[in-house]
Ligand binder design. Structure first.
Ligand SMILES: N[C@@H](CCC(=O)N[C@@H](CS)C(=O)NCC(=O)O)C(=O)O
Length: 215
């Protein structure tokens, strides 16, 4: 039995769920309540000693880090989401890292400070919002260009890089990140967000949060 531990608002956890859904494997999804600190409870630390989501338990084989989990699931199921060919795989790795390290990280800076910190009564850093916004304005054009030349982020077929970028960009609307200058990115998201791997995870990112925020 495969169990994926996540949280509905976690980009890395949603990435793993997109991948598992795309692969069509059966798994149990266990929501970990981050607000209540469930990720630091003893039972969960046995699965992930770092105390973060996502984590995975595949018949007693436990992993953490969304990239490691996604690649394990793809390789176990022989999926083209993570190609075997050395150079194709390297290109997928390149765009996956770019999406994680430059897009997800900076979307998270804006999202945390605009949505999560105010809701939890924690200090808001305008400096972090400005820095995240500036970095995204620097990096989005490279993705726009790539998607103008290729249907998917790493080339002609959908890969782990697309799953990573899709999850990374999910909070953009709720966080007020302006995407109006990027028609290719917008069209690529629109096409992926109607696919069953996405809808099985959520119809729209942050539905419960949206309701709580009255939007
Ligand atoms: N690099 C990790 C990031 C994991 C992470 O930061 N998870 C957050 C949710 S998005 C978390 O569990 N935060 C709760 C905490 O740190 O206590 C991955 O890709 O899996």
């Amino acid at each position: 039995m495969l169990t994926i531990y996540g949280s509905d608002l976690s980009g890395p956890a949603n990435k793993v769920r997109f991948v598992a859904n795309y692969l069509g494997i059966s798994y149990e999804y266990r929501q970990v309540n981050l607000r209540e600190g469930e990720q630091k409870q003893e039972w969960f630390l046995k699965i992930n000693p770092i105390g973060k989501v996502p984590a995975m338990d595949d018949n007693g084989f436990c992993l953490f880090e969304s990239g490691a989990i996604s690649k394990y699931l793809c390789d176990k199921n022989g999926s083209s989401l993570y190609p075997q060919d050395l150079k194709q795989r390297a290109i997928v790795e390149q765009w996956t890292d770019f999406a994680s390290l430059h897009i997800m990280v900076n979307v998270a800076k804006v999202t945390y400070n605009r949505l999560f910190a105010p809701r939890r009564g924690l200090p808001v850093s305008q400096e972090s919002i400005d820095d995240g916004t500036k970095c995204l304005e620097q990096y989005f054009p490279s993705i726009e260009k790539q998607l103008g030349q290729h249907k998917y982020l790493a080339g002609i077929q959908i890969t782990l890089a697309d799953m990573t970028l899709l999850a990374a960009m999910d909070p953009c609307e709720l966080s007020g990140i302006d995407l109006s200058k990027y028609p290719k990115i917008t069209a690529w998201r629109k096409e992926l967000k109607i696919q069953s791997f996405y809808i099985k995870c959520h119809k729209e990112y942050g539905e419960s949060l949206k309701a709580a925020l009255g939007r």
